[in-house]
Design a binder for this molecule. Structure first.
Ligand code: HEC
Ligand code: HEC
Ligand code: HEC
Ligand code: HEC
Ligand code: HEC
Length: 382
């Protein structure tokens, strides 16, 4: 009997260590000296503006987001989904020590004695970016702060952003994770000139704590697509695309082809547009109407990725615009009647499509898209 036990399969031996960055949470943090809590709310008692801005950001909603919660509940979602959405171990109920047989659906878990449910609700909070080794990390290491602070500009650089905004892995045959914003930026014309922080965290001179005097600071809204989530915000950040419409002549003759071109340029983004989540896309639509409002012709084109999920996750097409890339979208029509015509041209930017929103039961208040260009052009056919 005893012999049998020794000879038999020992499950401990089969536990594989975690290796990928997104399989590992930021280790449990003790409170940095001088602070009474790791929560953003507490940082916000002194850093009021940073707190108000961050609260409007999608980072603050990375855990509570309806779509994230819907997807997390699916059986196909593995444990490591949470590591970029609630990065601190203190925000996670369990500590994952390894994977049985290397299987991502068989994590070896133990209860986390430091788990703080309030902290979990805050998603990617201040401490998630600013606290490491039980110390607040800042750009200067100022001695004015009442909390233990060190300077680490390597940690607080685009490297931090890329640690979450770049992951490429086929997790299971039908589940793939592809965010390649970091690689797109590195391969493009902005590398070495402007980075994630210079575009997404606009610099400003201001007090970072009231009464301490002005210094270099950065807005913490983290604006991106501009498609608002529950509390999102309008900022000075531009849309990625610039639009250059052609015109219509004031008159055309019957059987004289009407041709219209909308030139679209990825003018302001340091990576592809759209980037990140493969569900994002743009629609470019044209609709030609007569004076009675009847639609004579329509055309819709799409910028975005197309994926096939079964039997295996595979990217089929990707016509996302590279930084500075231009593309022409053409509409043409052969008029056969003398009449007044109006051409409506519209570009919409989508977070996800309707079917996916319905599938995840996101409800009517979840914004799916915004309109980024809308014009009407008139002409007369003689
Ligand atoms: C009791 C008030 C108070 C609280 C609470 C507080 N801070 Fe500070 N913090 C300060 C002061 C004061 C400074 C220095 C102000 C200055 O340099 O003008 C500072 C500076 C900083 C800096 C800049 C450091 C640098 O290197 O320049 C960062 C980053 C920072 N705090 C982050 C945080 C975070 C994150 C939290 C919450 C976990 C937090 N603070 C909580 C008062 C506070
Ligand atoms: C701990 C992981 C993590 C880090 C670090 C991180 N992000 Fe994010 N970021 C996310 C996640 C997750 C979301 C999506 C949240 C959601 O939509 O619920 C996001 C969303 C965004 C968005 C908004 C996208 C939109 O919907 O328009 C921008 C912009 C952004 N991040 C920029 C940055 C920048 C710049 C940095 C570096 C200073 C950074 N992020 C660091 C995980 C991270
Ligand atoms: C997604 C990561 C991220 C989150 C979340 C975040 N910060 Fe920052 N923060 C940064 C980066 C990066 C810088 C440095 C920008 C630079 O100097 O280039 C910074 C700079 C700062 C500074 C120095 C002054 C300034 O504005 O540049 C303070 C203070 C600060 N953050 C406080 C906070 C507080 C308080 C919160 C939460 C309410 C917070 N941060 C959330 C990434 C983050
Ligand atoms: C030259 C400025 C610039 C740089 C550099 C830049 N971005 Fe952006 N980013 C933008 C603009 C503009 C948009 C809005 C694109 C649009 O219209 O959808 C955007 C959008 C995003 C979005 C939202 C997704 C989307 O498709 O709209 C995320 C996430 C993001 N950026 C992350 C990053 C990260 C991470 C880095 C660094 C690796 C980075 N950005 C570097 C300008 C920049
Ligand atoms: C490597 C870090 C990372 C991991 C791991 C990760 N995410 Fe994310 N997630 C992100 C980032 C970054 C964004 C924002 C992407 C963007 O907008 O470009 C995001 C956004 C999302 C969004 C919001 C999409 C939107 O359009 O607003 C959902 C939902 C989501 N993730 C679900 C998941 C699920 C489910 C898993 C596990 C299968 C997962 N994430 C694992 C980094 C990660």
């Amino acid at each position: 009997m005893v012999l049998n036990l020794i000879c038999c399969h020992n499950p401990k031996k089969d536990i594989h260590p975690l290796t990928k960055s997104w399989e590992i949470a930021v280790p449990n943090q003790e409170l940095p000296e001088g602070l009474s809590s790791l929560s953003a709310k507490q940082c916000g008692v002194c850093h009021q503006k940073h707190y108000e801005e961050w609260k409007m950001s999608t980072h603050a909603h990375a855990w509570t987001d309806l779509q994230f919660q819907a997807e997390l509940k699916k059986e196909s979602s593995p444990f490591m989904c949470i590591n970029c959405h609630i990065p601190l171990q203190n925000q996670q109920e369990y500590i994952v020590e390894g994977l049985i047989g290397g299987d991502i659906y068989k994590p070896v878990k133990k209860k986390n004695p430091y788990f703080d449910k309030k902290l979990q609700q805050e998603g990617i909070n201040c401490a998630g970016c600013h606290v490491r080794n039980n110390v607040v990390i800042g750009p200067t290491g100022t001695a004015k702060a009442p909390h233990k602070t060190i300077k680490d500009t390597v940690h607080l650089s685009e490297k931090l952003c890329i640690s979450c905004h770049n992951a490429s892995a086929v997790i299971t045959p039908t589940l793939a994770c592809t965010f390649e914003t970091g690689d797109e930026w590195k391969a493009g014309p902005y590398f070495g000139k402007k980075n994630c922080i210079s575009c997404h965290m606009e610099a400003i001179e201001r007090e970072i704590v009231s009464g301490y005097g002005k210094r270099l600071s950065h807005y913490h809204f983290f604006p991106g697509s501009g498609i608002p989530k529950i509390d999102s915000v309008e900022t000075n950040m531009l849309n990625g695309l610039g639009f250059y419409p052609s015109t219509l002549k004031s008159t055309y003759y019957k059987m004289d082809s009407i041709v219209f071109t909308l030139k679209v340029k990825n003018e302001f983004a340091g990576h592809k547009v759209p980037t990140g989540d493969p569900e994002r896309f743009f629609n470019i639509s044209f609709a030609l109407k007569n004076a009675a409002g009847e639609i004579l012709a329509t055309k819709t084109e799409r910028i975005g990725e197309q994926w096939e999920w079964h039997p295996a996750a595979k990217k089929i097409t990707d016509n996302n615009l590279l930084p500075t890339e231009e593309r022409n979208f053409n509409f043409s029509y052969l008029p056969i009647k003398k009449e007044k015509l109006a051409l409506a041209v519209k570009v919409t930017k989508h977070r996800l499509n309707k079917q996916s929103a319905e599938f995840n039961k996101l409800g009517d208040n979840y914004p799916l898209f915004i309109t980024v260009f809308e014009e009407e052009y008139f002409t007369q056919v003689k």
